[in-house]
Design a binder for this molecule. Sequence first.
Ligand code: SF4
Length: 338
Amino acid sequence: MSPDEMERFILSLGERPFRARQVAAWIYKKGVADFELMTDLSGAFRLLLSQNARVTPPAVTKVTTAADGTVKFLLGLADGQAVESVIIPDEERTTLCVSSQAGCALGCAFCMTGRLGRKRDLTAGEIVGQVLVAREYLGTRGGTLTNIVFMGMGEPLLNYDQVKQALTIILADRGLAFSWRHVTVSTAGIPEAIARLGADLLVNLAVSLNAPDDETRDRIMPINRKYPLDTLMAALRAYPLKRGRRITLEYVLLSGINDTDDHARALVKLVRGIPVKINLIPFNPFDGAPFSRPDDARVLGFQAILIDAHLNAIIRKSKGGRIAAACGQLAAAPHTVP
Ligand code: SF4
Protein backbone atom coordinates (compact mmCIF):
# COMPACT_ATOMS: atom_id res chain seq x y z
CA MET A 1 0.00 0.00 0.00
CA SER A 2 1.10 3.53 -0.68
CA PRO A 3 1.04 5.77 2.41
CA ASP A 4 -2.21 7.34 1.13
CA GLU A 5 -3.83 3.94 0.68
CA MET A 6 -2.60 2.94 4.12
CA GLU A 7 -4.29 6.00 5.56
CA ARG A 8 -7.59 5.16 3.85
CA PHE A 9 -7.31 1.57 5.04
CA ILE A 10 -6.63 2.54 8.63
CA LEU A 11 -9.47 5.08 8.60
CA SER A 12 -11.70 2.25 7.37
CA LEU A 13 -10.74 0.33 10.52
CA GLY A 14 -12.10 3.23 12.57
CA GLU A 15 -8.71 4.70 13.54
CA ARG A 16 -7.44 8.24 13.19
CA PRO A 17 -5.05 9.44 10.42
CA PHE A 18 -2.01 9.82 12.68
CA ARG A 19 -2.16 6.06 13.32
CA ALA A 20 -1.56 5.54 9.59
CA ARG A 21 1.50 7.75 9.77
CA GLN A 22 2.79 5.68 12.68
CA VAL A 23 2.26 2.38 10.85
CA ALA A 24 3.84 3.71 7.64
CA ALA A 25 6.86 4.87 9.64
CA TRP A 26 7.26 1.44 11.25
CA ILE A 27 7.09 -0.38 7.92
CA TYR A 28 8.82 2.01 5.53
CA LYS A 29 11.22 3.95 7.75
CA LYS A 30 12.14 1.34 10.35
CA GLY A 31 11.57 -1.78 8.26
CA VAL A 32 9.47 -3.51 10.95
CA ALA A 33 7.08 -6.09 9.52
CA ASP A 34 5.62 -7.52 12.76
CA PHE A 35 2.70 -5.48 14.19
CA GLU A 36 3.55 -6.77 17.68
CA LEU A 37 6.84 -4.87 17.55
CA MET A 38 5.15 -1.54 16.76
CA THR A 39 5.35 -0.51 20.38
CA ASP A 40 3.73 2.92 20.22
CA LEU A 41 0.46 1.38 18.99
CA SER A 42 -2.10 0.19 21.50
CA GLY A 43 -2.50 -3.55 22.02
CA ALA A 44 -6.05 -3.40 20.68
CA PHE A 45 -4.93 -1.63 17.49
CA ARG A 46 -2.08 -4.09 16.96
CA LEU A 47 -4.56 -6.95 17.25
CA LEU A 48 -6.93 -5.23 14.80
CA LEU A 49 -4.08 -4.81 12.32
CA SER A 50 -2.99 -8.42 12.59
CA GLN A 51 -6.59 -9.51 11.93
CA ASN A 52 -6.91 -7.36 8.83
CA ALA A 53 -3.49 -7.00 7.25
CA ARG A 54 -0.12 -8.59 6.87
CA VAL A 55 3.35 -7.40 5.95
CA THR A 56 5.31 -10.09 4.14
CA PRO A 57 8.73 -9.09 2.82
CA PRO A 58 10.29 -11.75 0.60
CA ALA A 59 12.20 -14.49 2.44
CA VAL A 60 15.95 -14.36 1.94
CA THR A 61 16.82 -17.84 0.72
CA LYS A 62 20.47 -17.22 -0.05
CA VAL A 63 22.96 -14.34 0.11
CA THR A 64 26.04 -14.51 -2.10
CA THR A 65 28.81 -11.95 -1.74
CA ALA A 66 31.62 -11.19 -4.16
CA ALA A 67 35.08 -9.79 -3.48
CA ASP A 68 34.14 -6.62 -5.41
CA GLY A 69 31.43 -5.90 -2.81
CA THR A 70 28.46 -7.06 -4.89
CA VAL A 71 25.79 -8.87 -2.88
CA LYS A 72 23.18 -11.07 -4.56
CA PHE A 73 19.98 -12.06 -2.78
CA LEU A 74 17.95 -15.08 -3.78
CA LEU A 75 14.46 -14.31 -2.52
CA GLY A 76 11.65 -16.78 -2.05
CA LEU A 77 8.13 -15.51 -2.73
CA ALA A 78 4.95 -16.74 -1.04
CA ASP A 79 3.94 -19.03 -3.94
CA GLY A 80 7.37 -20.68 -4.24
CA GLN A 81 8.68 -18.50 -7.07
CA ALA A 82 12.16 -17.07 -6.66
CA VAL A 83 13.75 -13.83 -7.82
CA GLU A 84 17.11 -12.18 -7.38
CA SER A 85 18.18 -8.67 -6.51
CA VAL A 86 21.69 -7.32 -6.34
CA ILE A 87 23.44 -4.64 -4.30
CA ILE A 88 26.17 -2.96 -6.30
CA PRO A 89 28.47 -0.71 -4.27
CA ASP A 90 30.33 2.05 -6.05
CA GLU A 91 32.64 4.80 -4.91
CA GLU A 92 29.98 7.30 -4.05
CA ARG A 93 26.77 5.29 -4.13
CA THR A 94 25.23 1.95 -3.30
CA THR A 95 22.68 0.76 -5.84
CA LEU A 96 20.08 -1.97 -5.61
CA CYS A 97 19.10 -3.68 -8.85
CA VAL A 98 15.52 -4.94 -8.34
CA SER A 99 13.49 -7.51 -10.25
CA SER A 100 10.01 -6.71 -11.52
CA GLN A 101 8.96 -10.15 -12.80
CA ALA A 102 9.86 -13.75 -12.00
CA GLY A 103 11.57 -14.70 -15.26
CA CYS A 104 11.00 -12.67 -18.41
CA ALA A 105 9.05 -13.20 -21.61
CA LEU A 106 11.25 -11.11 -23.87
CA GLY A 107 13.99 -13.66 -24.51
CA CYS A 108 16.89 -11.31 -25.26
CA ALA A 109 19.58 -13.61 -26.64
CA PHE A 110 22.36 -12.28 -24.39
CA CYS A 111 20.36 -12.60 -21.16
CA MET A 112 20.13 -15.57 -18.83
CA THR A 113 16.81 -14.38 -17.36
CA GLY A 114 15.28 -14.46 -20.84
CA ARG A 115 15.91 -18.21 -20.96
CA LEU A 116 13.57 -18.82 -18.05
CA GLY A 117 10.51 -17.45 -19.80
CA ARG A 118 8.04 -15.41 -17.79
CA LYS A 119 6.77 -17.10 -14.64
CA ARG A 120 4.69 -14.22 -13.32
CA ASP A 121 4.60 -10.52 -12.56
CA LEU A 122 5.74 -9.41 -9.13
CA THR A 123 3.39 -7.45 -6.91
CA ALA A 124 4.28 -3.94 -5.78
CA GLY A 125 4.80 -5.43 -2.32
CA GLU A 126 7.31 -7.96 -3.66
CA ILE A 127 9.20 -5.20 -5.45
CA VAL A 128 9.25 -2.85 -2.44
CA GLY A 129 10.11 -5.87 -0.27
CA GLN A 130 13.38 -6.28 -2.20
CA VAL A 131 14.31 -2.74 -1.22
CA LEU A 132 13.42 -3.37 2.43
CA VAL A 133 15.57 -6.52 2.48
CA ALA A 134 18.57 -4.73 0.96
CA ARG A 135 18.20 -1.68 3.17
CA GLU A 136 18.13 -3.83 6.29
CA TYR A 137 21.14 -5.85 5.13
CA LEU A 138 23.14 -2.67 4.53
CA GLY A 139 21.86 -0.99 7.69
CA THR A 140 23.19 -3.78 9.90
CA ARG A 141 26.61 -3.32 8.25
CA GLY A 142 26.81 0.46 8.49
CA GLY A 143 25.89 1.01 4.83
CA THR A 144 23.15 3.04 3.18
CA LEU A 145 21.19 2.28 0.07
CA THR A 146 21.32 5.35 -2.18
CA ASN A 147 20.01 4.29 -5.61
CA ILE A 148 17.47 1.88 -7.07
CA VAL A 149 17.50 0.58 -10.62
CA PHE A 150 14.80 -1.60 -12.17
CA MET A 151 17.28 -3.67 -14.14
CA GLY A 152 16.94 -7.09 -12.52
CA MET A 153 14.78 -9.93 -13.75
CA GLY A 154 11.87 -9.01 -15.98
CA GLU A 155 10.64 -6.15 -18.13
CA PRO A 156 9.29 -3.51 -15.73
CA LEU A 157 7.05 -1.83 -18.29
CA LEU A 158 5.21 -5.10 -18.99
CA ASN A 159 4.22 -5.10 -15.31
CA TYR A 160 3.29 -1.47 -15.45
CA ASP A 161 0.65 -1.08 -12.76
CA GLN A 162 2.59 -2.91 -10.04
CA VAL A 163 5.84 -1.15 -10.96
CA LYS A 164 4.07 2.21 -10.86
CA GLN A 165 2.64 1.38 -7.44
CA ALA A 166 6.07 0.29 -6.18
CA LEU A 167 7.61 3.51 -7.48
CA THR A 168 4.91 5.54 -5.75
CA ILE A 169 5.89 3.91 -2.44
CA ILE A 170 9.62 4.22 -3.12
CA LEU A 171 9.30 7.94 -3.90
CA ALA A 172 6.71 8.96 -1.29
CA ASP A 173 7.95 11.05 1.65
CA ARG A 174 6.03 8.78 4.02
CA GLY A 175 7.15 5.76 2.02
CA LEU A 176 10.81 4.99 1.34
CA ALA A 177 11.48 8.66 0.48
CA PHE A 178 13.96 8.16 -2.35
CA SER A 179 14.60 11.13 -4.61
CA TRP A 180 13.51 10.52 -8.23
CA ARG A 181 17.07 11.44 -9.18
CA HIS A 182 18.21 8.18 -7.61
CA VAL A 183 15.60 5.88 -9.16
CA THR A 184 15.89 4.48 -12.70
CA VAL A 185 13.51 2.29 -14.67
CA SER A 186 15.16 0.31 -17.43
CA THR A 187 13.20 -1.10 -20.35
CA ALA A 188 13.89 -3.20 -23.41
CA GLY A 189 11.71 -0.68 -25.25
CA ILE A 190 7.90 -0.69 -25.01
CA PRO A 191 7.02 2.65 -26.64
CA GLU A 192 3.48 3.10 -25.33
CA ALA A 193 4.54 2.24 -21.78
CA ILE A 194 7.47 4.68 -22.02
CA ALA A 195 4.93 7.39 -22.85
CA ARG A 196 2.75 6.34 -19.90
CA LEU A 197 5.68 6.37 -17.52
CA GLY A 198 6.69 9.84 -18.68
CA ALA A 199 3.17 11.09 -18.07
CA ASP A 200 2.67 9.35 -14.71
CA LEU A 201 5.90 9.67 -12.73
CA LEU A 202 9.17 11.50 -12.61
CA VAL A 203 12.00 8.93 -12.67
CA ASN A 204 15.10 8.32 -14.73
CA LEU A 205 14.70 6.22 -17.85
CA ALA A 206 17.18 3.70 -19.19
CA VAL A 207 16.73 1.72 -22.38
CA SER A 208 18.46 -1.53 -23.22
CA LEU A 209 19.32 -0.64 -26.82
CA ASN A 210 22.15 -2.97 -27.84
CA ALA A 211 22.00 -2.36 -31.58
CA PRO A 212 21.75 0.63 -33.91
CA ASP A 213 19.73 -1.03 -36.68
CA ASP A 214 16.66 -3.23 -36.85
CA GLU A 215 18.43 -6.16 -38.49
CA THR A 216 20.94 -6.52 -35.65
CA ARG A 217 18.43 -5.71 -32.94
CA ASP A 218 15.87 -8.22 -34.31
CA ARG A 219 18.54 -10.91 -33.93
CA ILE A 220 19.33 -10.26 -30.29
CA MET A 221 16.13 -8.68 -28.95
CA PRO A 222 12.93 -10.29 -30.30
CA ILE A 223 10.86 -7.39 -28.88
CA ASN A 224 12.32 -5.26 -31.68
CA ARG A 225 10.21 -7.13 -34.21
CA LYS A 226 7.12 -5.79 -32.47
CA TYR A 227 8.50 -2.33 -31.70
CA PRO A 228 11.18 -1.47 -34.25
CA LEU A 229 13.72 1.25 -33.64
CA ASP A 230 11.80 4.09 -35.30
CA THR A 231 8.91 3.64 -32.85
CA LEU A 232 11.27 3.30 -29.91
CA MET A 233 13.32 6.36 -30.82
CA ALA A 234 10.12 8.39 -31.31
CA ALA A 235 9.08 7.46 -27.76
CA LEU A 236 12.50 8.54 -26.45
CA ARG A 237 12.30 11.87 -28.30
CA ALA A 238 8.93 12.50 -26.66
CA TYR A 239 9.97 11.44 -23.14
CA PRO A 240 9.76 14.41 -20.76
CA LEU A 241 13.16 15.13 -19.25
CA LYS A 242 14.06 17.64 -16.57
CA ARG A 243 16.65 20.17 -17.65
CA GLY A 244 20.12 18.65 -17.76
CA ARG A 245 18.88 15.05 -17.48
CA ARG A 246 19.57 12.39 -20.06
CA ILE A 247 18.14 9.04 -21.04
CA THR A 248 20.61 6.22 -20.38
CA LEU A 249 21.14 3.80 -23.23
CA GLU A 250 22.57 0.44 -22.25
CA TYR A 251 24.61 -1.24 -24.97
CA VAL A 252 25.91 -4.74 -24.32
CA LEU A 253 28.89 -5.29 -26.61
CA LEU A 254 28.82 -8.74 -28.25
CA SER A 255 31.90 -9.71 -30.20
CA GLY A 256 31.28 -9.66 -33.96
CA ILE A 257 27.55 -9.00 -33.53
CA ASN A 258 27.06 -5.33 -32.64
CA ASP A 259 30.56 -4.03 -31.86
CA THR A 260 32.05 -2.94 -35.20
CA ASP A 261 33.01 0.61 -36.17
CA ASP A 262 30.03 0.65 -38.53
CA HIS A 263 27.70 -0.17 -35.63
CA ALA A 264 29.23 2.65 -33.60
CA ARG A 265 28.78 5.12 -36.45
CA ALA A 266 25.17 3.98 -36.96
CA LEU A 267 24.57 4.47 -33.23
CA VAL A 268 25.84 8.05 -33.45
CA LYS A 269 23.31 8.71 -36.24
CA LEU A 270 20.46 6.95 -34.44
CA VAL A 271 20.64 9.02 -31.26
CA ARG A 272 21.26 12.39 -32.90
CA GLY A 273 19.17 15.08 -31.20
CA ILE A 274 18.23 12.94 -28.17
CA PRO A 275 19.89 13.77 -24.82
CA VAL A 276 21.49 10.43 -23.97
CA LYS A 277 24.37 8.93 -22.12
CA ILE A 278 25.55 5.56 -23.32
CA ASN A 279 26.70 2.78 -21.04
CA LEU A 280 28.85 0.28 -22.89
CA ILE A 281 28.77 -3.11 -21.17
CA PRO A 282 31.18 -5.74 -22.46
CA PHE A 283 29.17 -8.98 -22.48
CA ASN A 284 29.16 -11.07 -19.30
CA PRO A 285 29.36 -14.68 -20.49
CA PHE A 286 27.19 -17.39 -18.92
CA ASP A 287 27.04 -21.14 -19.50
CA GLY A 288 25.88 -21.95 -23.00
CA ALA A 289 25.84 -18.32 -24.14
CA PRO A 290 26.15 -18.05 -27.93
CA PHE A 291 28.23 -14.85 -27.68
CA SER A 292 31.62 -13.79 -26.48
CA ARG A 293 33.02 -10.64 -25.02
CA PRO A 294 34.94 -8.30 -27.33
CA ASP A 295 38.56 -7.66 -26.40
CA ASP A 296 39.50 -4.42 -24.67
CA ALA A 297 40.88 -2.82 -27.85
CA ARG A 298 37.54 -3.34 -29.63
CA VAL A 299 35.59 -1.91 -26.69
CA LEU A 300 37.85 1.15 -26.62
CA GLY A 301 37.62 1.54 -30.40
CA PHE A 302 33.82 1.49 -30.23
CA GLN A 303 33.80 4.02 -27.42
CA ALA A 304 36.23 6.32 -29.26
CA ILE A 305 33.85 6.73 -32.20
CA LEU A 306 31.05 7.77 -29.83
CA ILE A 307 33.27 10.18 -27.93
CA ASP A 308 34.55 11.70 -31.19
CA ALA A 309 30.92 12.42 -32.01
CA HIS A 310 30.62 14.24 -28.65
CA LEU A 311 28.48 11.56 -27.06
CA ASN A 312 28.77 10.74 -23.39
CA ALA A 313 29.86 7.07 -23.55
CA ILE A 314 31.14 5.20 -20.52
CA ILE A 315 32.47 1.66 -20.34
CA ARG A 316 30.77 0.07 -17.35
CA LYS A 317 32.96 -2.10 -15.25
CA SER A 318 30.74 -5.11 -14.74
CA LYS A 319 30.47 -6.07 -11.13
CA GLY A 320 29.24 -9.34 -9.76
CA GLY A 321 30.38 -11.50 -12.68
CA ARG A 322 31.99 -14.02 -10.33
CA ILE A 323 28.69 -14.68 -8.57
CA ALA A 324 26.47 -14.51 -11.67
CA ALA A 325 25.06 -11.19 -10.49
CA ALA A 326 26.17 -9.04 -13.41
CA CYS A 327 23.95 -7.63 -16.15
CA GLY A 328 21.98 -10.37 -17.89
CA GLN A 329 23.11 -13.13 -15.53
CA LEU A 330 20.19 -13.25 -13.09
CA ALA A 331 18.41 -16.56 -13.22
CA ALA A 332 17.39 -17.25 -9.63
CA ALA A 333 19.55 -20.35 -9.61
CA PRO A 334 19.47 -22.70 -7.79
CA HIS A 335 15.80 -22.45 -8.57
CA THR A 336 13.70 -23.34 -5.56
CA VAL A 337 10.48 -23.88 -7.46
CA PRO A 338 9.53 -27.53 -7.67
S1 SF4 B 1 17.52 -8.28 -20.88
FE1 SF4 B 1 15.76 -7.67 -19.61
S2 SF4 B 1 14.04 -7.69 -21.09
FE2 SF4 B 1 15.69 -8.88 -22.07
S3 SF4 B 1 15.28 -11.04 -21.46
FE3 SF4 B 1 16.71 -10.14 -19.93
S4 SF4 B 1 15.37 -9.46 -18.26
FE4 SF4 B 1 14.06 -9.71 -20.08
